[in-house]
Design a binder for this molecule. Structure first.
Ligand code: PLP
Ligand code: COI
Length: 357
C-alpha cells in the first residue's frame, strides 16, 4: 500500500470494521483511545522478523514470559501531527529510535535498527492517518514498546522479544497548570541504575510515591537525587526547566534522568533565540531561594505527552510556594507556541525535526 511498508515487507491485515466513526474526538483523555491498527515484529534467532500490521487487539502470550516476571520491557513516546497541506509530520522519530536502543542496551535487550523503528511507525501512522485529531493541541500519540517473551523463569536475558507500536488520538497529558511536590524521601533512580532508560519498571516504582502526593492534593512529583534529595532531577512524566535570573536552567542529564526529546528541542530553540542556557545541577535550595527572592520567574515540565506544562505551585515539606501567573510567562509560552508551530507545519521546519509521511 505504500513504499515504507514495502521496504520492510510489512504484511498488512486491515480491520474489517473501523472504530473511527464511534470514537468521540471531542473527548480524548490521554492514552484511552487506540487507532484501528497496531504494528508487531518478533525477535528470534538473533534477528527481527515477521513485520505485521494487524487490527488493534489482544496478543496471545504465555503467562511465563520474562517481561511479566523480571521486567525486561521498555517503551517510547512520540507524536504525529496533521499539517495544513494534508501531510503528516512525525516529530523527531530518530531521536526516539536512538533512545530506545539505549534502553534496550541497559536492559540486556536486542538492538532494534533505527530504520525498523521509524519505518514501522511511518507505515502504521500512514494507514491510520484519519485518526490524527485536528483540534488545537491534539495529535496522534505513538507508543512503541519492546518486551521479553521467553517462557522461562530463570533470571537471565530472554532470547525472544516483541516490538509493538500502538497509536491513539490524544490531547495534552495534563489538563491544567501543575501543583507539584518536591519528593525528598522516595527515589526514582539512583546512580548506576537505569533512570535514563524508558524502562517500564521506572514507572512502576514511581506509582506509590505519586499516589501519596495525589492524596496530598498534588498533580506530580519533582524527583530529587537519591543520595541527598538535595538536587532537582525531573518530573514523573517530563523533564523540568526553570527561568532564573533570565536564564533557562535545567538539570544536566545523567544516568538518573531521561534524556527528553522535547528537552533537547526547547534548549535548541532557546539557544537559537540567544537566551542563556545552563544545563547543570540545580539544588532544591536554589529553587526555593529563587521563588522567595522573585528571581525564579518560570518553572515548567517538558515532554512529549506533557508538551509544555506550567508549574503553578511547588510544595516542599509542609510549605507551598505559589509561582508567577502562568498566563504571563514569557519564555514558556513563547516556546510552547514555537514548538507547536513547527510540529503542526505552520512555519518552516528550520531544524529538520518533522519526519514527513
Ligand atoms: N522524563 C520522564 C520520566 C518521562 O516519562 C518523559 C516522557 O517521555 C520525559 C522525561 C520527556 O521525554 P520526551 O520529551 O522525550 O517525551
Ligand atoms: C511521553 O511523554 O511520551 C511519556 O512517555 C510520558 C508517559 C509516561 C505518559
Amino acid at each position: 500500500m505504500n513504499t515504507v511498508a514495502e521496504a520492510l515487507d510489512i504484511k498488512i491485515t486491515k480491520t474489517a470494521e473501523s472504530r473511527l466513526a464511534q470514537t468521540d474526538f471531542s473527548n480524548l483523555p490521554f492514552g484511552k483511545q487506540f487507532s484501528d491498527h497496531m504494528f508487531i515484529a518478533d525477535y528470534e534467532n538473533g534477528e527481527w522478523k515477521n513485520f505485521k500490521i494487524l487490527p488493534y487487539g489482544e496478543i496471545p502470550l504465555s503467562p511465563a514470559i520474562s517481561a511479566l516476571h523480571y521486567g525486561q520491557a521498555f517503551f517510547e513516546g512520540l507524536k504525529a501531527y496533521k499539517h495544513p497541506d494534508g501531510k503528516i509530520g512525525i516529530f523527531r522519530p530518530y531521536k526516539n529510535a536512538e533512545r530506545a536502543n539505549k534502553s534496550a542496551e541497559r536492559l540486556s535487550m536486542p538492538e532494534l535498527p533505527e530504520e525498523i523503528f521509524v519505518q514501522s511507525i511511518a507505515a502504521l501512522v500512514s494507514l491510520d492517518r484519519d485518526w490524527i485529531p485536528t483540534q488545537d493541541n491534539h495529535s496522534l500519540y505513538i507508543r512503541p514498546f519492546m518486551f521479553a517473551t521467553d517462557a522461562a523463569l530463570g533470571v537471565q536475558p530472554s532470547s525472544t522479544y516483541k516490538f509493538v507500536v500502538l497509536t491513539g488520538p490524544t490531547g495534552p497529558y495534563f489538563s491544567k497548570n501543575l501543583k507539584v511536590k518536591i519528593e525528598n524521601s522516595f527515589s526514582r533512580a539512583s546512580e548506576g541504575g537505569f533512570g535514563f532508560a524508558k524502562a517500564a519498571g521506572n514507572y512502576a516504582g514511581s506509582l506509590l510515591p505519586a499516589r501519596e502526593a495525589v492524596k496530598e492534593g498534588y498533580d506530580q512529583l519533582i524527583w530529587t537525587d537519591a543520595k541527598e534529595h538535595a538536587y532537582v532531577e525531573e518530573l514523573g512524566a517530563a523533564n523540568i526547566m526553570f527561568i532564573i535570573d533570565g536564564k533557562l536552567i535545567t538539570p544536566s542529564t545523567r544516568d538518573t534522568i531521561l534524556k527528553g526529546v522535547t528537552r533537547d528541542a526547547v534548549l535548541t530553540l532557546a539557544n537559537s533565540w540567544g537566551i542563556p542556557v545552563e544545563e547543570r545541577r540545580i539544588s532544591v535550595a536554589e529553587v526555593i531561594e529563587g521563588i522567595e527572592s522573585g528571581k525564579l520567574t518560570e518553572a515548567f515540565g517538558v515532554g512529549t505527552a506533557a508538551t509544555i506544562a506550567h508549574i503553578a505551585e511547588i510544595g516542599l515539606d509542609d510549605k507551598l510556594y505559589t509561582l508567577s501567573d502562568p498566563a504571563g510567562r514569557e519564555f514558556s509560552n513563547r516556546v510552547f507556541k514555537a514548538l507547536n508551530d513547527i510540529r503542526y507545519g505552520l512555519v518552516p521546519d528550520e531544524f529538520g525535526w518533522n519526519y514527513i509521511v
